[in-house]
Ligand binder design. Structure first.
Ligand code: AP5
Length: 214
């Protein structure tokens, strides 16, 4: 099962992708997480990506496409995978379709998690991310047992640099301009499904399981 998660920044793609990966035992591939890991490891890729991410801009396609196309051909992806944060532009989607076509494969589901812009800024300012394992929480909707401490690994939680309200607004503009056209792209491919992302996390997940099958 090959799945692409679509939706605005903060729509809950990462939250749902982790739950899907867990239930269906397929890898969760988040380009945002890959870039953040590269930033904390001080790699060349991380240094380049950071300059764009801090401004709420997309990292250029040429830094993303090969990385994902290589990743989805690794052994653990044979049963399928869930792409979170990729593709994000029409050229990225076309590159993925082309690469999969060469392997005789295709995306099975593009899940669009719908949340209006007005809910997003509120959500993002409450998100907290673990500096170590990348787990995400929300101070109101998904709090940790101990404030400021990751439930999974016990490390510190932070507000991501790009979750500050001014940057979130820029990311939303970029989303509408460059990423939203993918809804039409995957509708035309016949694989788009939509879920209401304003519901409780568990209800959003149930709606997704109803679509994917138990
Ligand atoms: P990335 O990390 O992919 O960020 P994003 O798409 O902006 O998505 P987020 O991780 O911010 O949000 P999400 O939808 O996963 O929401 P979450 O589940 O955390 O990318 C970061 C940057 O990297 C980009 O801006 C870009 O620069 C670069 N980049 C990455 N991929 C790229 C690519 N392919 N091309 C170019 N550049 C790329 O939920 C948000 C919050 O809400 C959390 O606190 C969560 O607990 C809470 N929440 C979730 N669901 C619910 C719910 N149902 N009800 C209430 N609260 C909820």
């Amino acid at each position: 099962m090959k799945i692409v998660m679509l939706g605005a920044p903060g729509a809950g793609k990462g939250t749902q992708a982790k739950m899907i990966a867990d239930k269906y035992q397929i890898p969760h591939i988040s380009t945002g997480d890959i870039f953040r890991a590269n930033i904390s490891n001080g790699t060349e890729l991380g240094k380049k990506a950071k300059t764009y991410m801090d401004q709420g801009l997309l990292v250029p396609d040429e830094l993303v496409v090969d990385l994902v196309v290589d990743r989805v051909q690794q052994d653990d992806c044979k049963k399928g995978y869930i792409l979170d944060g990729f593709p994000r532009t029409i050229p990225q989607a076309e590159a993925l379709t082309e690469a999969l076509k060469k392997l005789g494969e295709k995306v099975d589901f593009a899940i669009n998690v719908e949340v209006p812009d007005e809910n997003i800024v509120k959500r993002m300012s409450g998100r907290r991310a673990c500096v170590s394992c990348g787990s995400t929480y929300h101070i109101v909707y998904n709090p940790t047992k101990v404030e400021g401490v990751c439930d999974k690994c016990g490390n510190e939680l932070i507000l991501r640099e790009d979750d500050k309200p001014e940057t979130v607004k820029k990311r939303l503009d970029v989303y509408h301009e460059q990423t939203q056209p993918l809804i039409e792209y995957y509708t035309n491919e016949g694989v788009l499904v939509e879920v209401d992302g304003t519901k409780d996390m568990k209800d959003v997940f149930s709606a997704i399981v109803d679509i994917l099958g138990a």
